[in-house]
Design a protein around this ligand. Structure first.
Ligand SMILES: Nc1ncnc2c1ncn2[C@@H]1O[C@H](COP(=O)(O)OP(=O)(O)OP(=O)(O)O)[C@@H](O)[C@H]1O
Length: 246
């Protein structure tokens, strides 16, 4: 990792995203839309054109109320969807935990999925084999490693997905509110690991409503409101703003 000069890890250049109405909506979406005063037949701008640079080694929290555009921005960084305008560039190896179970094939066992997932994340076969024991030990799901993942609980998914993601030694690590499903001991282990990644000079972008957690993990906080970045600065300032807003 280059630490002496401030190279950018993530560049968001005028990126925006809008969505058209779908026919099925979750209850949460409807609630959020009602609060936003959003008409059900709208074209909805989840993220207005945004410019943002994240420097290598920074740890950044994306904060904001439900529906403010945090996950949309994270998905653009992850490349799981394309912006409607502008560009998002990420430098280095990217890994992320955006949705529990994403990138896992239900008919394959945990073991097979580790290989599949790690190769999707760009690891060579030998590297995967070298790290397999560490990945399995970190996930610590016992005999379920040889069970098809369709039988996994969401916590087991998380364990395996997290174990694979951190063992790819990502330059940029994206995490979306995902630690919520792990049990306390596993959560503590994950947090330690995330802190280690940060200490190694890797870049973190975290979406979370857990303000104490982001204060611990991140140094910079960006607050989104209705798809606009309305604050960007020290995490303590961003967290204070969120607390004041209730
Ligand atoms: N695929 C989609 N189709 C239609 N609307 C979408 C889609 N994905 C997101 N949206 C809408 O875009 C808005 C922003 O969503 P996003 O998931 O980025 O919010 P968020 O800040 O991450 O919210 P939360 O805190 O609830 O996770 C929401 O109103 C959401 O309903």
């Amino acid at each position: 990792m280059t630490r002496h000069h401030a190279l950018s890890a993530v560049e968001v250049d005028g990126a925006s995203k809008h969505f058209r109405l779908r026919h099925t909506h979750s209850l949460k979406e409807r609630l959020v839309w009602t609060v936003q005063g959003r008409n059900r037949t709208d074209d909805f701008t989840a993220l207005h054109p945004l410019d943002l640079t994240i420097t290598q080694g920074e740890s950044v929290a994306l904060l904001g109320r439900n529906g403010s555009g945090k996950s949309t921005l994270l998905k653009l960084m992850a490349g799981v969807m394309a912006p409607d305008t502008g560009e998002v560039r990420v430098r280095g190896r990217l890994a992320g935990l955006l949705e529990v179970g994403a990138g896992f094939h239900p008919d394959l066992t945990g073991r097979e999925n580790v290989h599949l997932n790690a190769s999707i994340l760009g690891l060579e076969r030998e590297t995967i084999e070298e790290r397999f024991e560490d990945i399995a030990a970190f996930a610590d799901i016992g005999p379920f490693l040889d069970t098809q993942v369709r039988f996994y609980s969401s916590g087991m998914f998380l364990r395996l997905a997290f174990a694979v993601a951190v063992h790819t030694e990502p330059d940029v690590f994206l995490v979306d509110e995902i630690l919520a499903v792990g049990d306390e001991a596993f959560r503590a282990k994950c947090l330690e690991r995330i802190e280690l990644l940060a200490a190694q000079g890797r870049t973190l972008v975290v979406v979370s409503h857990d303000l104490p957690l982001v204060e611990r993990l991140c140094s910079r906080g960006i607050v989104l409101e209705h798809g606009h970045a309305v604050a960007d600065g020290p995490v303590s300032t961003a967290v204070h703003r969120m607390r004041a807003a209730g």
